[in-house]
Design a protein. Structure first.
Length: 130
């Protein structure tokens, strides 16, 4: 993943489904993990208003500035807010696989949430089943 801005949400449902299809697993589970402490993977609706609401809400909850408000940033970092945003949005998503397809409820999609972007990060997709 490479989100150019500091924060952003990327729909990765298509890529996860492609990995499931290529695995040949028909019944099982897929785990999706951002592998970075300042990023999140979560499931919700792919609606731009909701994503804007998330962004504004998270920034109110853990504002980036002033960076001096966080002890973590005393180390020379400026991303304490990103750690807190990740904590709220969660670490990973697990989705059932049924008949070779991601088994979602209505409107559900998988998203990568970035809270300290501008550099390359990776997403782990682990598929188990038959």
């Amino acid at each position: 993943m490479n989100v150019p801005g500091r924060r952003g949400f990327v729909n990765i449902t298509r890529e996860v489904q492609q990995a499931v299809t290529e695995s040949g697993v028909r019944e099982g589970l897929v785990l999706v993990n951002p592998m970075h402490i300042t990023a999140s993977v979560f499931i919700n609706d792919d609606e731009s208003g909701l994503h804007g609401d998330y962004d504004r809400w998270l920034e109110k909850l853990a504002p980036h500035a002033p960076v001096s408000q966080y002890r973590h940033n005393d180390t020379g970092e400026d991303n304490a807010d990103a750690h807190m945003k990740r904590q709220v949005m969660g670490r990973e998503a697990v989705v059932a696989i049924t008949n070779g397809r991601l088994d979602f409820g209505t409107w559900e999609q998988i998203f990568y949430g970035e809270f300290d972007g501008g550099r390359h990060k990776r997403v782990l997709v682990k598929i188990i089943g038959e």
